[in-house]
Design a protein around this ligand. Structure first.
Ligand code: HEC
Ligand SMILES: [Cu+2]
Length: 338
């Protein structure tokens, strides 16, 4: 799990983010310069007033006309120039960055739906669906199509791009790119309800071959912990080459398929086809659950399944009461969904 505290645009990791960064530097420098000038002038004014009070009546009439001119230039013309300069650069940033671009020549398209309070992520060209984790290839533009079925959310990966809103009934487009492989935090940046703060996600940027491998793995249906299919061809999930799924996985699968889980969750290749909650086909490949609220491990899965409303009050998943051994089996099944 990556450090949950890091949620910063520094250091920028894409051309767009670098452009936003340079604009931020400009504002910092301009703002600091204005501050220094204003404070210096205020000091001079205070000192002169004191001296003026000491020798009252000494100031000749003529200098007052000059002062009006100085005050006029410093107070109106200089601020106007500074504001126009900063604004001009911000207009250029908007033009230059993919936040408003169409990403029309992007070869990778990702559809992202912002939901209360998690992110549904689809790769329409590859029949891949996942949640709260967006994988992209490095060094190329990725077209992200953003919408929402409920309220307005905002998609923001500070190190990679600007913010774009997800608006019900509309599709907004953001072009995302990352220079280097790595994991970058994203966050909903438009207040959307009780768990807005726990509506986080990660963008994982891979080299091209690694990305292709990820995509291929995600496009496969779940490894079947199904007794009917565990007949020796399931090489990857067992300890030995000819082993099928372990017995607790089989039991856990049964519990999953006969519980309410299937009404809300999909596991591709099984009868679980619910769409209200995240697709769990490759749950075990994800770093975290509940849009960043917990790491993806046994203990957290147990807490989440039994008490999702304690972990993340107001989210759309109800708790499920299970016997301890049933819960263990269920988690064994979930952990087999790689
Ligand atoms: C009424 C619908 C509903 C039911 C029933 C339900 N879930 Fe969920 N589940 C959700 C929603 C919605 C989320 C996402 C919550 C969020 O992050 O805000 C979720 C999240 C999860 C997650 C985390 C997934 C991720 O990638 O973050 C797991 C694991 C999970 N559910 C397992 C289960 C299991 C196991 C059951 C059955 C015992 C179950 N769910 C029953 C709606 C449901
Ligand atoms: Cu939000």
């Amino acid at each position: 799990m990556i450090d949950a505290r890091i949620q910063s645009m520094f250091p920028p990791a894409s051309d767009d983010a670098s452009r936003v960064d340079s604009h931020w530097q400009l504002m910092l420098i301009a703002g600091s310069a204005v501050w220094v000038v204003v404070v210096t002038v205020a000091f001079i004014a205070v000192l002169r007033r004191r001296r003026g009070a000491e020798r009252a009546g000494d100031v000749p009439e003529a200098t007052q006309g000059n002062e009006h001119l100085v005050v006029g230039v410093l107070g109106a013309v200089v601020p106007a120039l500074v504001i126009i300069g900063v604004m001009a650069d911000s207009v250029l940033v908007l033009r230059d960055t993919g936040s408003t671009g169409s990403g029309a020549d992007a070869t990778t398209v990702v559809e992202v739906d912002g939901k209360q309070y998690w992110w549904e992520v689809r790769y329409p060209e590859h029949q891949v669906e996942t949640a709260n984790e967006i994988h992209i290839p490095t060094g190329q533009d990725v077209r992200v199509e953003l919408t929402s079925p409920d309220v307005i959310h905002s998609f923001w990966v500070p190190q990679l791009s600007g913010k774009v809103d997800l608006v019900p009934g509309e599709t907004n487009v953001l072009t995302l790119s990352a220079d280097e492989p790595g994991t970058y935090w994203g966050q909903c940046a438009e207040y959307c309800g009780l768990q807005h703060a726990w509506m986080r996600f990660v963008v994982v940027a891979h080299d091209e071959p690694e990305y292709a491998g990820w995509l291929e793995a995600q496009a496969r249906p779940a490894e079947q912990a199904d007794p009917a299919q565990g007949d020796g061809d399931d090489v990857e999930s067992g300890p030995g080459p000819a082993a099928g799924p372990a017995s607790d996985e089989i039991a856990g699968r049964e519990i999953f398929m006969s519980s309410s889980c299937v009404y809300c969750h999909t596991v591709a290749g099984t009868e679980a086809q619910g769409t209200l909650g995240p697709d769990l086909t490759h749950l075990a490949s994800r770093q975290m659950i509940g849009a960043g609220v917990l790491p993806n491990d046994r203990e957290s899965l147990a807490r989440w399944i039994e008490h999702p409303q304690d972990v993340k009050p107001g989210n759309a998943m109800p708790g499920t009461e299970l016997e301890d051994d049933e819960l263990d089996d269920l988690i064994a099944y979930l952990e087999s969904l790689e």
